[in-house]
Design a protein around this ligand. Structure first.
Ligand SMILES: [Zn+2]
Length: 500
């Protein structure tokens, strides 16, 4: 039930996606009560790990995604057209590097998207000493300040003069110098930082980055440059003077390497790992391909940093790319029933002997809204906020007294008011539907077995009455398309009037 694309309010979540020989990092950035989505690089490759386009389709709203390309190599750009098809990219930030013809295909796709969404949505990442600065064109002095939600970021590379210099080179030279012009960006939230390094190489760090940003390089989490290649430290394998000043200054607690288990380039390089190990404990060095999983890093409001592995596979997403045939629906139903049963036995969720009763009386959305297209992708996340109020049955809203907020599965006092609110905004012409499903003998005996779907507003008030476990769910319907574009998860409440 836990959707990795929907962290709690206030959490900065970074998912280092396992995408084979390439890079893709999804940042879910807190923005007040909601989140913004930022994808750094992409490598959509069906043979390897997560299909980023499918993943995004399952939980990112259209026109919500900012895409950042550190440099236009194909293992950092592959599938950008699929991603745009899936969620419609809002803005593209990139290094401004014009690639050699070997890497033109995906680059041209990116330029095509830019021309689709408008050049006002194109930004250039260029080093600056100020926070949150990207540029509206390649000229010096065109900087404008951008903010991403509640997270600060600082661009260390490419520097303006490096971009200018490489821009004037012959194609062959440009090809050789692309990693000098790779984006390097640090993101900071609640005093914890994540450093994204693209494929930046020794020359970039020695000449353009470290001398200028030495004091601000520090980061708890380092995404290993160039898939763990030695090029971060050395010019070649024979290089007898590896550069280590930068890793010393960054002083990371965690290192994340994006390389497949069997890398055609032998990433990560053993000699690079040897150097990393001198600065980072071995058990804090995470290799996505070796583990065949993606790594989630969460930073909470108090600045606590947590890591967890997640098996993010396209096939694990609830029917993300499947059409809902009759058989699939049955499968869904069964799965949901199984999940509910599992939930029911969790003491933590439903205290005492409260269990979910029969819920076969619940209505289906298509029974209430004629001809509705049940878009099983549910592109728009719908989150419910729930609050408990004291008040008598006849008390008007203004006379009810706020007690506290509560979460799904909590046991609540009876004869109280429960307020459920939808937190998101939707840009289309939409209608809100609610469903309250009461289960159990107590509700049945008192004729309170509700399960119908009814239209309502962004706020729904309910009374706590019947012993047992019940749930509420909200559906958002695009009226013009007659399509369900989002639904909340089942929000459970548990009451026990007898005090058992
Ligand atoms: Zn690369």
């Amino acid at each position: 039930m836990d959707d990795i694309l929907k962290p709690e309010v206030g959490i900065f979540r970074v998912i280092f996606l396992n995408v084979g020989q390439g890079d893709a990092t999804l940042m879910i950035v807190p923005d007040n009560e909601t989140h913004k989505f930022l994808l750094i690089d992409s490598n959509v490759d069906d043979d390897n790990g997560v299909n980023v386009a499918d993943l995004l389709k399952s939980g990112v709203c259209e026109n919500e995604l900012i895409f950042i390309n550190t440099h236009p190599h194909k293992d950092h750009l592959k599938g950008i057209d699929d991603i745009h098809k899936a969620v419609k990219i809002k803005e593209i930030w990139h290094s401004g590097h014009l690639p050699h013809r070997d890497n033109r295909e995906d680059y041209d796709k990116m330029k095509k998207i830019i021309s689709d969404i408008g050049e006002q949505c194109e930004f250039f990442i260029k080093g600056s000493n100020e926070l949150n600065k990207v540029h509206v064109n390649l000229d010096e002095g065109s900087g404008i300040t951008r903010k991403i939600g509640d997270v600060d970021f600082q661009v260390f590379a490419p520097a303006q003069h490096v971009s200018d210099d490489i821009q004037d080179e012959e194609p062959e030279q440009r090809r050789n110098r692309i990693h000098e012009q790779s984006g390097v960006i640090k993101f900071t939230y609640k005093n914890k930082s994540i450093l994204i390094t693209g494929d930046s190489d020794k020359k970039a760090w020695i000449e353009y980055i470290t001398p200028y940003y030495r004091d601000v390089l520090g980061a708890e989490v380092l995404s290993a440059s160039h898939h763990g290649s030695r090029s971060f430290f050395k010019d070649s394998e024979e290089d007898k003077e590896p550069f280590e000043d930068h890793i010393d200054e960054i002083s990371p607690e965690y290192l994340i390497i994006s390389a497949p288990e069997k890398s055609p380039h032998d990433h990560p390089h053993a000699d690079a790992i040897d150097i990393y190990k001198r600065f980072i404990p071995e058990d804090k060095i995470f290799n996505l391909g070796k583990n065949n999983q993606s790594l989630i890093v969460d930073i909470d409001l108090s600045g606590n940093l947590n890591t967890s592995w997640e098996c993010v596979e396209s096939s694990n997403l609830d029917g993300a790319s499947e059409e809902g045939s009759g058989e699939d629906n049955f499968g869904e139903e069964f799965k949901e029933y199984k999940e509910l049963k599992e939930l029911a036995v969790k003491e933590r969720l439903f205290p005492g002997n409260l269990i979910i009763g029969d819920f076969s009386h619940r209505q289906k959305l298509e029974e209430e809204v004629r001809g509705i297209v049940d878009n099983s992708n549910y592109r728009h996340p719908v989150k419910l906020k729930a609050s408990l109020y004291w008040g008598r049955e006849w008390d008007k809203e203004m006379n009810r007294r706020f007690l506290r907020s509560f979460v799904s599965g909590e046991k609540l006092p009876v004869y109280s008011w429960l307020k459920f609110e939808v937190l998101e905004n939707f840009s289309c012409n939409y209608k809100v539907y609610w469903q309250v499903v009461n289960t159990g003998d107590h509700a049945r005996s008192l004729g309170g077995l509700r399960g119908n779907i009814f239209s309502g507003s962004m706020v729904q008030w309910e009374r706590s009455l019947y012993r047992g476990v019940h749930w509420i769910q909200c559906y958002i319907v695009d009226v013009d398309l007659n399509s369900c574009i989002g639904k909340s998860e089942l929000f459970f409440v548990a009451f026990n009037p007898a005090g058992e």
